[in-house]
Design a protein around this ligand. Sequence first.
Ligand SMILES: Cc1ncc(COP(=O)(O)O)c(C=O)c1O
Length: 369
Amino acid sequence: MKIPFVDLKKHHAKIKKEIQKAINSVVETNAYIMGPELKKFELDFAKFCNVKYSVGVNSGSSGLFLALKALGVKQGDEVITVANTFIATAQAISMCGAKIKFVDVDEKTCLMDAKKLERAITKKTKVILPVHLYGQICDMKLIMKIAKKYGVKVLEDACESHGAKQNGKKQIFGDLVVYSFYPSKNLGAFGDAGAVVTNNLKLYEKVLALRDYGRKKGAEYLHEEEGFNMRMDSLQAAVLNVKLKYLNKWNSQRRNHVKLYNKFLKDLVIIPSEEKNNDHVYYVYVIQVNKRAELMKFLSSKGVGVKIHFPIPIYSQPQYTCLKVNKKSFSNTEKISKKILSLPMFPELTDKQIKYVCQQINNFYSKNS
Ligand SMILES: Cc1ncc(COP(=O)(O)O)c(C=O)c1O
């Protein structure tokens, strides 16, 4: 059996016609930039996130950069995040000229260990940047308590957690939240796209201007500050307008798959930890395993697509070894980076496919324990 890591063809099959119609309507109107499709998406996505404002941008990476810029992050500032994340989280910080400070992750959730956050704060700390990795929200109660105590801003990287909840609330705990709509995400475009959401009018207006060359509102050729061309284009917005309607359904399909995965794998490997009061939306289903390289080879020989999110902690990436981080302070990050493994996950995955993946893992450990 062949089971891809993500099957976008299957994912789009039922809504293909609806999407084609939406794309055609953009082609008919020729409103490719800042057209009505973008406005509609921004309003609907803000509603979905339960926030006042949403700004469509051209990727999650751009969203993170613009959000940090809007918060005034510059050279000499420090931004605290984790090393178990995609490189874009860190690059957004260094692109602003700020210093990246890392906090270790929790061994079970693989998310920022909020209990270790306070000791990373200095007089230079401007922003805390927790990453809601894999589809689960970090311990925002504690993170916000610490942020308030030190008067530090909070930017949430929710590029992997569209629709996740904590204590019944969707993520906007901090000042700004950033999403990625990379095609394989829970809500994915047909190319690169992202969004920045907030409840703060000033920050909203700042991000709006920054993504559009620092343009003064309503004035075509008047630019008040340095800005960028980081707008979401209308074709991506049109696709996302169709797909947003299905996001809740897709997230519950993912959560159902997890029940089956967990049932078959709980005695074989370490299954993902879903913290109390969290609705995890499982962008990826990440287990922790022994003999990972051998298992990956075995699964690949059986047609099962697997990945690692992420194999190299950010401070060990060639780009960032200059930070000279003492790895001893990141024992959990080091440990999990050698054990984590992401299994196939997408809404249309079938029970038969899940059972097959689990059966193969069982076969591997029966021979290799
Ligand atoms: C945690 C995290 N942050 C940031 C990004 C960057 O998003 P994008 O690929 O849309 O630039 C991603 C996406 O892949 C991500 O997973």
